[in-house]
Design a protein around this ligand. Structure first.
Ligand SMILES: [Zn+2]
Length: 128
C-alpha cells in the first residue's frame, strides 16, 4: 500500500488532495528559497574580524578584506540552518540554481502525477 492510499484511509484525504498539498509545499519552498537568497554587507564597526570559507569554492572571505558576501538559505531541509555563505554572486547562483532546479523538478513530478490522475479519473467516468 502506498502512502497516498494510507493517507486517504486515515484522513479521508484523496490522492488528489495529497498531490495538491505536495504542490503547495513546493510553492512555499520556492518562495522561501527566493527570500532566503541575499547579499549581506559586513558590519564596519566590528572589533574583531571574522571570516568563513565559501560553501561552493572554498575561498576565504574575511570581514576586514571583503565588503560583502552572499547567503542562500534552504529552510525546508533544515529549519534551524542559518544558510550557506558564499564569496560571490557567481558561487551563490550555482547553489541557488541547483536548489531551485531540484524544487522545479519535484513540482513537475507532482504536476505529471496530477495529469495522470486526471486522465485516470476521466477514463473511469467515461467507462461508466
Ligand atoms: Zn566562492
Amino acid at each position: 500500500m502506498d502512502l497516498a492510499k494510507q493517507l486517504e484511509e486515515l484522513l479521508g484525504t484523496t490522492e488528489e488532495d495529497y498531490l495538491m498539498m505536495g504542490l503547495m509545499d513546493i510553492e512555499l519552498n520556492i518562495e522561501a528559497l527566493k527570500k532566503g537568497y541575499y547579499q549581506k554587507h559586513f558590519r564596519t564597526d566590528l572589533k574583531r574580524a571574522w571570516g568563513f570559507k565559501c560553501y561552493h569554492c572554498g575561498e576565504k572571505v574575511k570581514s576586514d578584506k571583503d565588503e560583502s558576501y552572499y547567503i542562500v538559505s534552504i529552510t525546508w531541509k533544515d529549519p534551524n540552518a542559518i544558510g550557506r555563505r558564499f564569496c560571490s554572486k557567481e558561487c551563490a547562483d550555482i547553489f541557488y540554481n541547483e536548489s531551485m532546479q531540484e524544487l522545479l523538478n519535484e513540482r513537475q513530478q507532482i504536476l505529471d502525477e496530477m495529469d495522470r490522475l486526471q486522465q485516470y479519473l476521466q477514463g473511469y467516468k467515461s467507462s461508466k
